[in-house]
Design a protein around this ligand. Structure first.
Ligand SMILES: NC(=O)c1ccc[n+]([C@@H]2O[C@H](COP(=O)([O-])OP(=O)(O)OC[C@H]3O[C@@H](n4cnc5c(N)ncnc54)[C@H](O)[C@@H]3O)[C@@H](O)[C@H]2O)c1
Length: 243
């Protein structure tokens, strides 16, 4: 029987690519996004996928996604938390509303999503796999990114803590740390030749990632090929953190 996978942030970028890669290997994919239209667009291109709109910062909406998944497919095996936002600004200038929103979406949203999915897996009586999306900024700070770095550092430790709590239930939890990836989130950076050159100088592979290159790592971590991998941080960053 096909595995059932929930992917948040599936309306764009890494989430959309992940939904496509998981669908191509035969998973039934639930494409979740705060933007209903974009979630629909992703799902419409994939065999057997469905779309649902939800804000991952809402425990009720996230629980609704899991309920809808069980209602539609009767099962749930994998959850991938790609929903995320990034807003820059010097630490002295970031307002508290912005700081809280970034942490709420990137960190609390990841927690709520995995918690709701893991509760369902426990009730279904089988294990599963969760992949959280961190960043190179889970381990390394860039200027003007205090809220984003705080949220992504939190995702790294959240993944480890969830891995420890959920291993007895047979649920593996890992964190993928993308480097600069060619998605709408990084479009402004990649449209600026000076910033792009500065970034490329720090990437041994010398180019941004295509979102599918991140999605394939996520697909591996949700597969049985990764049956002994939990609590890991897997950088997919063209070598940035190595250099
Ligand atoms: N693009 C990069 O260079 C890069 C690098 C490292 C990490 N990441 C991380 O990868 C993840 C995906 O980023 P991306 O580049 O694909 O960005 P993206 O902007 O292309 O896609 C993010 C998606 O998340 C959705 N989203 C935002 N807030 C949401 C919410 N509250 N509830 C549900 N959905 C919500 C958006 O509508 C959007 O469709 C993010 O966590 C991001 O921080 C991206």
């Amino acid at each position: 029987m096909a595995a059932v996978s929930v992917v948040t942030g599936a309306g764009s970028g890494i989430g959309a690519a992940t939904a496509a890669v998981l669908s191509a290997r035969g998973d039934r994919v639930v494409c979740v996004d705060i933007d209903a239209g974009r979630a629909e667009e992703t799902a419409a291109q994939l065999d057997g996928a469905v779309a649902t709109a939800a804000d991952v910062t809402s425990p009720e909406e996230v629980a609704g996604v899991v309920a809808e998944t069980l209602n539609r497919f009767g099962d749930l095996h994998h959850v991938v938390t790609c929903a995320g936002i990034e807003t820059g600004g010097h630490a002295l200038d970031v307002d508290v509303t912005t700081f809280r929103r970034i942490v709420d979406v990137n960190l609390t949203g990841s927690f709520l999503t995995v918690q709701a999915a893991a509760r369902a897996m426990r009730d279904l009586g089988h294990g599963g796999a969760a992949v959280l999306i961190g960043s190179i900024n889970s381990q390394m700070a860039l200027p003007g990114a205090s809220a984003y770095c705080a949220s992504k550092g939190g995702v790294l430790m959240l993944g480890r803590a969830l891995a420890v709590d959920l291993a007895p239930l047979g649920i593996r939890v890992n964190v993928v740390g993308p480097g600069v990836t060619d998605t709408p989130m990084s479009a402004a950076t990649l449209a600026d030749p000076e910033r792009t050159a500065a970034f490329m100088a720090r990437i041994p592979i010398g180019r941004p990632a295509d979102p599918v290159e991140i999605a394939r790592v996520i697909a591996f971590l949700t597969s049985d090929e990764a049956s002994y991998v939990t609590g890991a941080f897997v950088a997919a960053d063209g070598g940035w953190l190595a250099g």
